[in-house]
Each structure stands twice: as structure tokens, then as C-alpha cells.
Design a protein around this ligand. Structure first.
Ligand code: NAP
Length: 280
């Protein structure tokens, strides 16, 4: 089979063009430039890179961005105070607390402190519940970006059997809910799943999100399956083996250039949406 590429870079560029003009319209109304705040606790070098990428993405569409860097020894109370300040600041339209935080931080308490209308990264338990029920909330950016990518290529999701490999709170679990909301039939696999290849054999749509480089191979998937690889090991290796999966798939994401760009584009899209809602 010669699969078609789900090109996240190209889709992102188109979406960003639209976002740029929406931000322009907001500015013409005379309001303040909407800001995405990223809060980084400690000095994790990969987190620094991600935060920088998010700042650049904001800049690319005319959004403001602010980085709040807090020391490694920050307490939960100190972090909650900063989140409260961002919640109260009307120019702040999105708040992103970069994961992982140092171990002394109660990360769940910190995530849940973010105001629901500024939870553009979909990390609050309240937001997750709302999203699961199909009520307005911003879903986690990677799974939401995957749905945007599939929509961009006009793939009809209704009735597909989706097998999601991974059940993390930021990826596998919200992915399952989002695809269920789009009328897929869902199987969620994880490290205790018995006979993963058997489940994958019946998948119309495979979402690889297990954090294991090139783990899902072409022999395990069925002819014509859609393969979405969320994996991002060492910055450029997917969780699926592209070469062997491409022999069977009808559609497939490249890594890099598939899911990655859609994640960041979704984050800024949520921030623009939040700014539009706030401006009435
Ligand atoms: P994670 O928190 O480590 O979760 C991995 C999940 O995979 C867990 O649910 C785990 O099961 C499951 N798993 C591990 N080994 C497995 C196996 N042999 N068979 C089946 N399932 C297995 O990872 P994550 O944060 O969800 O990230 C997943 C992947 O997406 C990683 O490659 C990460 O780099 C990538 N990612 C990409 C983006 C992006 O923007 N492109 C964003 C976030 C993450 P248990 O629950 O049983 O442990």
C-alpha cells in the first residue's frame, strides 16, 4: 500500500494563518494583546526547550507570551499563589504549567487551581470531566491536535474502531474520550494488555502513544488502517515503526512533522478561542 501522509506541519501552517487573522481582529477591537503564560518550575532542559517553542508559536500569530520561571525548591503554596495571580489577570487568556514539576509539588492541586476558562492545556480534572461529557472545555492539546489533523484531511471517524496504545492522563485517556465523542468504537491498551497485536489487528485507526520507540510494527496492523503516531522519542522517533506500518496503512503521520506541530498549534488555537470568548 502507498499511504497518504497526515502532514501536521502543512495542516498547522493553514490553521495558523486563520489564527493570525483572528488575533488581528481582536487587536482591532482595541483590547489588550491576549497572553499565554507558561509556568516553569525548576530547570528541566527539555521543558526549557518546549516553553521556548510555545513562546515562538505565540509570536508567530501575534499572541503575547510570558514565561514565569520559578526556582527548583518552589513549594506548592508558592506555585498556587502565582496561578491565582494569573487567574486574576484579565490579559492572561491561557495558563500552561509545564510538566513535570519537581517532586515536592502537588501537581494535581496546581493543575486544578487553573481557572477553567484559562485551562488551554486541558489539565484540570474539571475540564477533563466536562470534555468527557461533551460540554465546552479545552481538551489536552495532543489528542485534540490529532482530531484536528484527522478533520483537516476530512477523515470520517464515525464508526471506526480506534485502538489507542497508552492511557496517560494527557494523551491516551483524553484521546479515548474525544474519539468516543466522535462516534468511534474504542479499545484502550496499556502495559498490562494481553496480546496487543490481536487488538491492533481489528483497528481501523491506531493511535500510538506508549512512549516506546518504533514499538508498533506493520505486522500487527491491518491492511488499510490509519496510523497516528504521537510518539516523540529523542525528539524524532515515533512509537510506531514508520517503514513497516507504511506498507499496510492507508494514512500515516510522519515523525517528526505529524502530531508534534499540531499539539502546539492546538495550544495557541485554544488561547485564541479563550481570548475571543473573553472579548464577548
Ligand atoms: P506515558 O505517560 O509514559 O504513558 C505511556 C502509556 O503507554 C502508559 O499508559 C503505559 O501503560 C503504556 N505502555 C507502556 N508500555 C506499553 C506496552 N508495551 N504496550 C502497551 N502500552 C504500553 O507517556 P505519554 O506522556 O502519554 O506519551 C506517550 C508518547 O507520546 C511518548 O512517545 C511521548 O514522547 C509522546 N508525546 C508526544 C507529544 C507531542 O506533542 N507530539 C506530547 C506528549 C507526549 P501503563 O499505564 O500501564 O503504564
Amino acid at each position: 500500500m502507498n499511504p497518504q501522509l497526515l502532514d501536521g506541519k502543512a495542516a498547522s501552517e493553514q490553521i495558523r494563518n486563520d489564527l493570525r487573522s483572528r488575533v488581528e481582529k481582536l487587536k482591532l477591537r482595541g483590547g489588550p494583546v491576549p497572553v499565554l503564560v507558561t509556568i516553569l518550575v525548576g530547570n528541566n532542559p527539555s521543558s526549557e526547550v518546549y516553553v521556548k517553542m510555545k513562546g515562538k508559536a505565540c509570536e508567530s500569530i501575534g499572541l503575547g507570551s510570558r514565561k514565569i520561571q520559578m526556582p527548583e525548591e518552589t513549594t506548592t503554596e508558592e506555585l498556587l499563589k502565582v496561578i491565582d495571580e494569573c487567574n486574576a489577570d484579565p490579559t492572561v487568556r491561557g495558563i500552561l504549567l509545564q510538566h513535570p514539576s519537581p517532586s515536592q509539588i502537588d501537581e494535581r492541586a496546581a493543575f486544578d487551581r487553573i481557572a477553567i476558562d484559562k485551562d488551554v492545556d486541558g489539565v484540570t480534572a474539571f475540564g477533563f470531566g466536562r470534555m468527557s461529557l461533551g460540554i465546552q472545555a479545552y481538551p489536552a492539546c495532543t489528542p485534540a491536535g490529532i482530531v484536528k489533523l484527522l478533520d483537516h484531511y476530512k477523515i470520517n471517524l464515525s464508526g471506526l474502531h480506534a485502538v489507542i496504545v497508552g492511557r496517560s492522563p494527557i494523551l491516551g485517556k483524553p484521546m479515548a474520550q474525544l474519539l468516543l465523542n466522535r462516534d468511534c468504537t474504542i479499545t484502550v491498551c496499556h502495559s498490562r494488555t494481553k496480546d496487543l497485536p490481536r487488538h491492533l489487528q481489528s483497528a481501523d485507526l491506531v493511535v500510538a502513544a506508549c512512549g516506546k520507540p518504533r514499538y508498533i510494527v506493520g505486522d500487527w496492523i491491518k491492511e488499510g488502517a490509519i496510523v497516528v503516531d504521537a510518539g516523540y522519542n529523542d525528539g524524532n522517533i515515533g512509537d510506531a515503526d514508520f517503514e513497516s506500518c507504511a506498507k499496510k496503512a492507508s494514512w500515516i503521520t510522519p515523525v517528526p512533522g505529524g502530531v508534534g506541530p499540531m499539539t502546539i498549534t492546538t495550544l495557541i488555537a485554544h488561547t485564541v478561542e479563550s481570548a475571543e470568548k473573553a472579548s464577548g
